[in-house]
Design a protein around this ligand. Structure first.
Ligand SMILES: Cc1cc2nc3c(=O)[nH]c(=O)nc-3n(C[C@H](O)[C@H](O)[C@H](O)COP(=O)(O)O)c2cc1C
Length: 402
């Protein structure tokens, strides 16, 4: 890709020691890199090191007349064709979300119109704090790309999510953002969430799917330039930027919407938990307990719902169809059987018995099972990262087909 002007904002986290490596990577690709460091960042990485590896002056202060005389902060914000914040501290994420500009780094971040990538890094409890969660959600909604963090052993001694994405992953995310969108011209349909099957006027049969995985896949497909349609079962999650959302409630409604949208799609990802059964008839009125003597049973007759994934796979065409399998035991074997039965191009199997992954969680540990039976187990990753890896795989399948 063509060389770009990249502004790298370094804030005060321990992961700042990895930033010279990130600068070197970006320089090797041909980009011009200028660094801005916060006052805290100077405690973790030497501005002289950053200056040496970037071969550009490092800016530290808003009110240093000599620095401001050379390139003023607005000129710096305008110079950037892309801005990367790495590591992004909890403090910097909070300031960015609130629009605070009380030092050079945050002032430049508010002034720039360039696309922004942030690579958070912090202690697991800081990352999972409701304040940080809300700040990250705000930034995400504004179109800021959040790269990582990853789960693992943290410098503070804790174990969990909070480790900065590796320089290689940050550089890769930047290339993706700046390059030609890899799914431009492609139509991708994603289903998400758990359907609800009415029992009577107020009650439904539901399941524990939160929709987070499907929403993350739709967000990633849109970021890659695909025309993305998200068929969503009831969910309070915000619609990702650039995604067209169709809200449905029941399995039958999902079937109609998915078939209608999938007709001209190159990729369909069925991440929704579609109810296998629905009540044979939904009572128009609320069933009253007074109508039954205490201790008496109420029989609910269920009928099978259509198998949307199998229907899609039976349709001829070059389309790539991906299914999800939520299993509680023998995960890979069950996924292999499901794949063979339905004939799809890939099954994403997740073990819903794990407490740290799957339903409702922000992380997932999945196995990608291919028609040949090969199984690639991914480690426990944020759902956004699972979505990235899944779309990398889908792009390969799509490329081999067209
Ligand atoms: C040894 C040490 C390590 C730290 N590591 C982190 C970190 O990884 N992430 C983080 O958000 N804050 C970390 N902090 C706290 C930040 O440095 C502190 O919140 C600071 O105000 C951040 O300022 P800045 O966002 O302007 O760079 C650390 C502090 C110390 C003393």
């Amino acid at each position: 890709m063509e060389p770009r002007r990249v502004l790298l904002v370094v804030s005060g986290g321990i992961a700042a020691y990895k930033i010279p490596e990130l600068v070197r990577r970006l320089k090797r690709t041909g980009h011009a890199v200028r660094c801005v460091v916060t006052a805290s960042a100077r405690e973790f990485v030497s501005p002289l090191t950053l200056q040496t590896v970037s071969a550009e002056p490092v800016r530290e202060s808003l009110f240093d007349r000599a620095e401001e005389g050379q390139i003023d902060h607005i000129a710096l914000a305008d110079w950037a064709e892309a801005v990367v914040v790495a590591p992004a501290t909890a403090n910097l994420l909070a300031k960015l979300a609130a629009g605070i500009a009380d030092d050079l780094a945050t002032t430049v971040l508010l002034a720039t119109r360039a696309p922004l990538l942030v690579a958070p890094a912090m202690n697991v409890n800081m990352w999972s704090h409701p304040a940080t969660r809300a700040n990250v959600a705000t930034l995400h909604e504004r179109g800021v790309e959040i790269v990582g963090p990853e789960a693992g052993e943290l410098a503070c001694g804790w174990e969990g999510e909070g480790r900065m994405a590796e320089p290689e992953a940050i550089a890769g995310a930047l290339e993706l953002r700046l390059g030609r969108p890899s799914l431009a011209g492609e139509r991708v349909v994603v289903s998400a969430g758990g359907t609800r099957e009415p029992v009577d006027a107020v009650r439904v049969l539901a399941n524990r799917s939160s929709g987070k995985m499907g929403f993350a896949i739709a967000a990633e497909a849109a970021r890659r330039g695909a025309e993305t349609i998200l068929v969503a079962a009831p969910s309070a999650l915000p619609t990702p930027p650039g995604v067209r959302r169709i809200d449905i409630e029941t399995a039958l409604e999902m079937r109609d919407a998915v078939h209608a949208e999938a007709r001209s799609a190159g990729v369909v990802v069925m991440a929704a938990a579609v109810a296998d059964f629905r009540p044979a008839s939904a009572h128009a009125r609320k069933l009253k307990k007074e109508d039954l003597p205490e201790g008496e049973g109420l029989t609910l007759e269920l009928v099978r719902n259509p198998d949307i994934l199998a229907e899609l796979c039976r349709e001829p065409g070059e389309r790539v169809v991906v299914g999800f399998a939520a299993e509680s035991h023998d995960v890979v074997e069950a996924a292999r059987r499901k794949l063979a039965r339905k004939g799809c191009d890939l099954i994403v199997a997740n073990d819903v018995s794990r407490e740290d992954a799957g339903f409702e969680s922000d992380a997932n540990a999945v196995v990608l099972v291919s028609p040949g039976g090969e199984a690639e187990a991914l480690p426990l990753l944020p759902k956004s990262e699972v979505a990235r890896r899944l779309l990398d795989r889908i792009e390969k399948l799509r490329g081999a087909r067209s």
